[in-house]
Design a binder for this molecule. Structure first.
Ligand SMILES: *[C@@H]1O[C@H](CO)[C@@H](O)[C@H](O)[C@H]1NC(C)=O
Ligand SMILES: *[C@@H]1O[C@H](CO)[C@@H](O)[C@H](O)[C@H]1NC(C)=O
Ligand SMILES: *[C@@H]1O[C@H](CO)[C@@H](O)[C@H](O)[C@H]1NC(C)=O
Ligand SMILES: *[C@@H]1O[C@H](CO)[C@@H](O)[C@H](O)[C@H]1NC(C)=O
Ligand SMILES: *[C@@H]1O[C@H](CO)[C@@H](O)[C@H](O)[C@H]1NC(C)=O
Ligand SMILES: *[C@@H]1O[C@H](CO)[C@@H](O)[C@H](O)[C@H]1NC(C)=O
Ligand SMILES: *[C@@H]1O[C@H](CO)[C@@H](O)[C@H](O)[C@H]1NC(C)=O
Ligand SMILES: *[C@@H]1O[C@H](CO)[C@@H](O)[C@H](O)[C@H]1NC(C)=O
Length: 449
């Protein structure tokens, strides 16, 4: 260990402060704490001890791989090991994490991806997608990857993980991508994951992607990517359960948070839902949607709670999206406390969004959308209030809009609806007749499920 005593004691104090039971203090807001047990790491290593140089030029791939191999093979794994990344800019190729570890970025620490698109390693497609999301076949592995892991924390004092996505965005723009772009951080088939107090920026593709995971907590993260970097979603909980996301600022080139569960016939066959997810106190702006459900929803999406979201300069506030051929059901979605400023469409629920993996999708596999409650929405400078469009052969039912006030810049924003049944109470401007059939079956704000 070559880290001096002072910084260690400082960050140990910081770690201790993060395990104190915040929820005991009176009047504090509800938080994700308690979902993933906090571990006190008994072993600490510094990436500097593995020869890493934070000069922004030296390639540190070996240092990361050697340090993490050492953690993987260490014998006191139940307590786990903290890998400390000091101040500095650490250039590296993609690397894999291991179980029972904390990747700790000090104040001013930057882990930066090399812009080596030619040598970037590939990994298999996800079974619930059947192929890469953008290109057929395999896909580039995420910059930081975790597969089959338990008990992993990425945290610190607001250090940065930078995907340097520019060459990848250009390949997408020029149509020269061979395979699907790499995400920044992907956890696959993993449990007990915490990501907090880091800045995640310039991902080549989706930024933080927990897929086939459970017990995932994300809080106090800042996610940034340019508005014109297409497909740089912020956080995509995908076929995952017991996920809690809160207190974060996200501003990217695509949806800020998008809950997914697989794509058409592959997602239907894999049949792995996203469920029991809470998203609260997210602020930011997106050229697409602030909070999205879909459009990949084939494994089903159930019991999602979204609260206290603030969005400005965005395309769509809340977007629930699916398509013919998706199958799956979207049920038990509760969204409340949404503040919108300067958005094109306040609320959109659509049955014709997103493309298909191939032409083998089953056109009779219609999604079921029922039990969506959207309440306490306040929006100003909203161009269109709501677009709520189900499917002719599978109308969306049990939709409820309550206490929704949206104002435009000049005229009152309009609602547009088709193939939906729902209820509305205290909604201004007055929504379409499809959403005021309060007595008809499926049109009630009661018994949402
Ligand atoms: C774990 O490793 C650390 C440092 O290598 C050592 O000090 C500690 O005693 C070990 N703990 C156990 C339980 O073996
Ligand atoms: C772990 O234990 C095994 C045998 O018990 C030993 O061979 C190995 O060197 C130990 N590893 C470490 C990192 O101490
Ligand atoms: C990272 O893990 C993937 C499997 O998830 C594997 O294919 C790849 O070889 C690993 N990379 C390294 C550098 O160990
Ligand atoms: C998921 O990870 C566990 C280890 O945590 C492993 O035993 C299992 O085979 C993995 N499942 C898949 C489908 O990869
Ligand atoms: C990290 O950033 C968050 C969000 O900007 C801020 O609330 C927090 O105080 C920062 N923490 C440290 C240790 O700088
Ligand atoms: C719904 O999800 C929340 C977590 O977001 C969980 O606490 C609750 O138990 C779930 N409800 C049901 C009925 O599973
Ligand atoms: C949402 O915001 C309201 C008003 O600021 C506050 O009273 C409530 O506690 C917040 N709820 C959550 C879950 O943050
Ligand atoms: C209606 O929604 C607004 C905006 O979220 C909120 O401030 C207000 O308390 C809500 N009213 C009721 C009666 O819940």
């Amino acid at each position: 260990m070559t880290i001096s005593r002072a910084p260690i004691s400082v960050f140990v104090l910081f770690l201790l402060s993060t395990v104190l039971p915040h929820h005991l203090s009176l009047g504090a807001p509800i938080t994700c704490s308690g979902i993933v047990p906090m571990k006190h790491r008994t072993e600490m290593l510094s990436i500097s001890d593995f020869g890493a140089v934070g000069d922004g030029k030296t390639l540190n791939t070996n240092a990361f791989n050697t340090a993490i191999d050492r953690i993987r093979n260490s014998n006191n794994s139940s307590e786990g090991t903290l890998l400390y990344v000091p101040r500095g800019v650490y250039l590296t190729q993609s690397f894999n994490l291991t179980s029972h570890m904390t990747l700790y970025l000090a104040d001013g620490a930057v882990i930066k991806a090399v812009q080596d698109t030619e040598k970037w390693p590939l990994t298999d497609p996800l079974p619930s997608y059947g192929r890469g999301r953008e290109r057929p076949g395999r896909r580039y592995i995420s910059f930081i990857h975790g597969d089959g892991l338990n008990d992993v924390v990425i945290t610190g004092r607001n250090g940065t993980i930078d995907g340097q996505g520019e060459p990848w965005w250009n390949m997408w723009r020029h149509g020269t991508l061979k395979f699907t772009r790499p995400g920044l951080i992907e956890f696959k088939n993993s449990t007990n994951i915490v990501v907090s107090h880091v800045v995640l920026q310039n991902s080549a593709f989706w930024t933080l992607h927990p897929v086939y995971c459970s017990d995932v907590v994300v809080h106090h993260v800042t996610i940034l990517a340019p508005t014109d970097s297409f497909n740089t979603d912020g956080i995509d909980p995908d076929s995952s359960s017991n996920v809690c996301i809160e207190d974060s600022y996200i501003s990217t080139g695509d949806d800020l948070v998008a809950v997914k569960s697989g794509w058409d016939e592959y997602g239907i066959a894999y049949n792995h839902p996203s469920r029991d997810i809470t998203i609260r106190r997210i602020t930011g702006s997106s050229p697409f949607a602030g909070i999205a459900i879909g459009s990949e929803t084939s494994g089903g999406i159930q019991n999602i709670t979204v609260e206290n979201i603030t969005l400005y300069n965005s395309g769509i506030g809340i977007h629930i999206k699916t398509n013919i051929g998706r199958g799956g059901s979207i049920q038990g979605i509760t969204i409340s406390g949404v503040y919108l400023e300067k958005v094109r469409t306040g609320i959109k629920i659509s049955g014709d969004t997103g493309d298909h993996p191939d032409d083998k999708f089953n056109p009779t596999a219609l999604p079921v959308v029922r039990g969506i409650m959207i309440k306490n929405v306040w929006g100003i400078k909203v161009e269109r209030a709501g677009m709520v469009q189900g499917l002719k052969d599978s109308p969306f039912t049990n939709l409820c809009f309550s206490n929704v006030t949206l104002t435009g810049t000049k005229s009152s924003p309009i609602w547009k609806c088709s193939d939906v049944v729902g209820a509305a109470s205290k909604v201004n401007p007055t929504p379409c007749p499809e959403l005021t059939t309060t007595t008809q079956q499926g049109g009630s704000c009661e018994n949402q499920s």
